[in-house]
Design a protein around this ligand. Structure first.
Ligand SMILES: Nc1nc2c(ncn2[C@@H]2O[C@H](COP(=O)(O)OP(=O)(O)OP(=O)(O)O)[C@@H](O)[C@H]2O)c(=O)[nH]1
Ligand SMILES: [Mg+2]
Length: 694
């Protein structure tokens, strides 16, 4: 492939709600451009885009796939993104590097949560949107009704540049409003078509639509507006010339109709993208920070290269791939770039253009283009690579925090290192996935965007790193404490054969205020116990507190006073006092009405108003306490305190209670005494676990 000028490049993200037909739309585009001879299908797992095993098994997209093709002399870099909310990070990366978003809406499903979400993200990224209404070959489609619903969500300026003429099974004709033509597509999925002038009522309809469009276009530009009023309209040429700018300013949002499955309507959509779609020239300058943290601009025409890595992915065939977009300069095989995020130099190896898993090596890539390189040393998703002569960092994509957690269990001993390597690599690839090793409870907690995301992570670990891992409910970090005072006079004596051991520890304990931990003091008077044994007793107490006494959880908020004891001139030694301290503490603890504390989380939940009843009901069944409520438009924001134990997989529940529209965030708040019943359960479980271990 030749090197394209920025104005000849069309970078776009294909986004939308789950299963709207994004992957089939990309497949159609590849077929139209002759990249593939025959279209694959989702059912047989043979599309270019969904080439990963986990995508084929589930028949959904899991990662954003980069593809490219040439159409009317323009290079299209298309990024087919997953629709499931769990994989939103993929879409966010793609929208960041796209110059516009192609938002796909299934005509029978209309605008859904996923559509609203990507629309919002594209708007935040400042890129224009175009809409594709898909699946007009389905039974019972209603163009007008869906168009009205789309307009309700995205404004009256959504304008159909195409209209379906024979929707339903066998759909193959559209009215091209811009050209005033009836387009008839071939039924062989080649995307080929014939055209004929629209006549009669259709021509009349086109005329009306043109008048409307001319008005929208005039609004995008003062000079055009003046002409519009002076001439009482715009000429066809003037209208066409104004289309591009009007899309940039979104004084109108073009809407197309397709049946991606049978490659109907796609070729004309591609014509439109080639002629009027945004290119990198429309975003000549992007904001960045220089080495001192000052805000600077990176211009497309600057000679020094600046690249943003929007995705990294490890592939069995070729190792780790880093996907980038070039914001200025160009990148060449063998050149050295500086990673400003990691402060290290990277040598650029092979540069690739991709079509799913098929790659073509190119010697260099110019400004505005998108490609991938293999085997960088230490470059992660979100990093900036630039010339050592001009150090800048591009802003990172702001990813949502994970809201679902599980513990990762390894069923085979000796794989710990492999699991750790795998987890680190997966986090670098996908910043919306986090993990933490909890040494206290000896568990690894993985956190992600949803259950499916967690499952995909576990699968990737198994497949790529060849380890045996399972997801399980995480153990909660309970704490143990006491409600009253307690004491003990514990004697440790071992005087059979060899060197003997003797120590007696007298101890009093009492509760301390919440969250103040354990305090150890001594108030020894007289010479019953040598002071050298004080640290020994403290060690024993700490050991017992760390192990837990009631149910194996750390003891907190207790004041311990070692006030007297006894010793033996020969047999008293450090270890004897450690043991006596250990058991004296256990004894006095059990005498002081011990109880369990549970972690409570602050949860912030954002839901549509009409779901309030269900969500509140569910919260109370989770022992949630409402702290406050606030309305934000048609949404309600609820703040509540919920025990950690009750939050397992809460995001999945919330999703199903709200039809996918609810989101929540959680953070640790404090520890609280548990209800008797729940406490008893935890104690029983720990007894069982201990019995099993023995
Ligand atoms: N009848 C019909 N079916 C379609 C059309 N487009 C897609 N499908 C089917 O709808 C299902 C989903 O299509 P995909 O292309 O995977 O949708 P997607 O938007 O990429 O889905 P995700 O990436 O998982 O969000 C598949 O079974 C497709 O075969 C269409 O135009 N007509
Ligand atoms: Mg898909």
């Amino acid at each position: 492939m030749k090197e394209y000028q920025p104005g000849e490049i069309r970078n776009f993200a294909i986004v939308g709600h789950a299963s709207s037909g994004k992957t089939m739309l990309s497949e159609s585009m590849l077929a139209c451009a002759g990249v593939i001879n025959r279209m694959g299908s989702i059912a047989s797992g043979s599309t270019v885009s969904d080439y990963h095993e986990n995508e084929q098994q589930r028949q959904i997209s899991v990662s954003a796939t980069l593809m490219h093709l040439e159409w009317l002399g323009k290079k299209f870099n298309l990024l087919d993104c997953p629709g499931y909310a769990d994989f939103i990070s993929e879409g966010l990366g793609a929208l960041r590097v796209g110059d516009f978003a192609l938002v796909v809406v299934h005509v029978n499903h209309g605008v859904s949560v996923g559509t609203d979400a990507v629309w919002k993200y594209a708007t935040e990224d400042g890129i224009p949107k175009m809409i594709v209404l898909n699946a007009f070959d389905k039974e019972e489609t209603d163009f007008e009704r869906t168009l009205a619903q789309v307009r309700e969500h995205f404004g009256e300026r959504v304008f159909p540049v195409m209209i379906p003429l024979n929707p339903g099974p066998g759909f193959n004709q559209v009215l091209d409003v811009l050209r005033n033509e009836v387009i008839t597509y071939a039924d062989d999925r080649s995307g080929k078509f014939t055209e004929a002038p629209a006549t009669g009522a259709l021509a009349e309809r086109v005329k009306q639509l043109h008048n409307q469009l001319i008005e929208y276009i005039a609004e995008s530009d003062d000079a055009l507006m003046e002409k519009f009023f002076a001439q009482g309209g715009l000429s066809e040429e003037e209208m066409r010339a104004g289309l591009h700018a009007a899309i940039q300013k979104q004084t109108f949002v073009p809407l197309f109709v397709t049946a991606a499955e049978s490659n109907i309507g796609v070729a004309r959509l591609m014509d439109f993208i080639a002629k009027y779609g945004s290119s990198p020239v429309d975003r000549q300058k992007v904001k960045a920070q220089d080495a001192d943290g000052k805000e600077v601009e990176v211009a497309l025409r600057d000679p020094e290269p600046v690249l943003y890595v929007f995705k990294t992915m490890s592939e069995a065939q070729f190792g780790e791939l880093s996907f980038f977009r070039i914001y200025s300069g160009s990148v060449k095989f063998g050149s050295e770039l500086y990673n400003t995020t990691r402060r290290s130099t990277e040598k650029i190896g092979q540069i690739y253009l991709l079509n799913g898993k098929t790659r073509t090596s190119v010697p260099s890539l110019g400004a505005g283009d998108i490609g991938a390189v293999v085997k960088l040393k230490d470059t992660h998703t979100g990093d900036t690579l630039c010339s050592p002569k001009r150090l800048v960092s591009l802003p990172k994509v702001d990813y949502p925090k994970p809201n679902i957690h599980a513990s990762l269990k390894s069923s085979v001993k000796g794989e710990e290192d492999k699991v750790a390597t795998g987890l680190a690599a997966l986090h670098h690839e996908d910043p919306t996935f986090l993990y933490a090793v909890d040494s206290e409870l000896r568990q690894t907690i993985v956190s992600a965007q949803g259950e499916l995301h967690l499952e995909v992570i576990a699968e990737r670990l198994r497949r790529r790193y060849n380890v045996h891992v399972e997801l399980a409910e995480p153990r909660v970090r309970y704490r143990e404490t006491i409600k009253t005072k307690g004491d003990s006079k514990y004697r440790h004596k071992k005087q059979t054969g060899g060197a003997g051991q003797f120590a007696e520890v007298w101890m009093r304990i009492e509760p301390r205020p919440r969250d103040t931990g354990l305090e150890f003091t001594q108030s020894l008077a007289g010479q019953n116990v040598d002071r050298v044994f004080v640290p020994s007793v403290e060690k024993g107490v700490n050991k017992a507190a760390e192990e837990g006494i009631l149910a194996g959880y750390r003891v907190v908020d207790v004041k311990v006073d070692f006030y007297d004891g006894k010793m033996h001139p020969v047999d008293s030694k450090d270890i004897a006092f450690q043991i006596a301290g250990y058991f004296a503490f256990k004894e006095s603890f059990m005498a002081a009405r011990p109880c369990l504390l549970e972690p409570i989380y602050t949860v912030e939940i954002r839901i549509p108003e009409d779901c309030m009843g269900k969500v509140m009901g569910d919260l109370s069944s989770r022992r949630g306490k409402i702290q406050g409520m606030d309305s934000e438009g048609s949404f309600q924001v609820i703040k509540a305190l919920v025990p950690a134990k009750e939050l397992y997989r809460y995001s999945s529940t919330l999703r199903s209670l709200t039809g996918g529209r609810g989101v929540h965030g959680e953070s640790f708040s404090h520890y609280e005494e548990m209800p008797r019943e729940s406490e008893q359960k935890v104690i029983e479980e720990s007894k069982k676990a201990r019995a099993n271990a023995e």
